[in-house]
Ligand binder design. Sequence first.
Ligand code: ZN
Ligand code: ZN
Length: 316
Amino acid sequence: MTSSDTATPEPAASTLEYAITRIGDHFIDVIYFDLGRYLMAAGALTLFLLVFRSWSEARRIQRKRRASRGDYIREVLSSMRTVIVFALVTLVILMGREVGLIGLKLERVPMLTVAWQFALIVLVHDAYFYWIHRAMHTRALFRISHLHHHKSRTPTPWAAYSFATLEAVVEAAYLPLFLIVTSLFGIQYAGIAVLVFLWHMIIRNVMAHAGSELFPAGWVDNPLTDWISTTTHHDLHHSSGHNYGFYFTFWDRAMGTEHPRYKEEFRNNARPLFEGFPLRKFSRSSAEKVGVMVTALLAATTAVNGWLFAVDPTFI
Ligand SMILES: [Zn+2]
Ligand SMILES: [Zn+2]
C-alpha cells in the first residue's frame, strides 16, 4: 500500500451498503428522538393534570365518561407503533438530505428565519391535516385508516400518537413532502425550525387530547385568540364529530365543519387560568407534589436528552 492510497478516503463499496451503514448508525438516535418527544410531552401533561387535580377536574370536558385502563394501554401501545413509523420517516428525511433531495441546514441561522419558516410549516401542516383528516373520515377510508384513533372517545394525552399504521404513515409523510417541495423552490429549511415545529406539534397534540380545557376562559370570545383551537375543539371531534382542524379554526369555519355548539361548550368547560391554582395557600403537601413532579420531569429529560444531539450538525 502506497502513501497516496492511504491519503484517499475509501469510497463506500456501494450506495446501498453505505445507506444501510448510515441507517444502522442512526436508527437508535432517531427512535430516541421521536419516542422522547412523545413520552416527555404526554408524561409532563399527565403529571400536571394529576398534581393539580382539582384545577384539572374543574375544567373536565366529558364529565360523565372516563377513559378506562384499556384506553390508556391501547393509546400507549399504538403510539409506540407510530413512533417507529415517525422514526423511519425521520431517517428518510436524513437520507434525503444526504442524497441532495432535501435542503436542510443544520448550522446556526438567524432567529427571524426560524420564525418565518416555523410559521409557514405550521400553517401548511394545518391545511394538510384538515384535508387528510376529512379524507380519512370518508366511508371508503375510515375503517382502514382512522377508526383506531376514534376508539378513544374520551381521549387522554397518550392518544396523541394513537394511530393505525396507515394513518401514522400519512401523518408522518407531511414533513418529507413539505421539505422536498420547498427544496424544489430552492428554500433551505433550517433544522432548528423543523425541531421547533416537531415540538410545537406534539405539545399542541397532547393538549388537544388532555380531557380538561387548558385554555383560559374568554379565549373564544376574543378575536385575538379565537383562531387558535382549544382542547374542547378537538375533544368534541372525539365525542360527537365536527371540528377536523388541528392548530387553528380557519378551515372548519371556512368549510362549515365547526361544531355548532363549540363556543357554548368551551364556555362551560373553561375557567380563568389561575382559578383553583394552589398559589395562595401553597401547602406543604402541594410543595411536595411539585417537588415530585419536577424531579420526575428532570429524570425523564435526562433519560431522553438525546433529542438535542439529534439535530447537532455532527449527527449526520
Ligand atoms: Zn377524526
Ligand atoms: Zn384526536
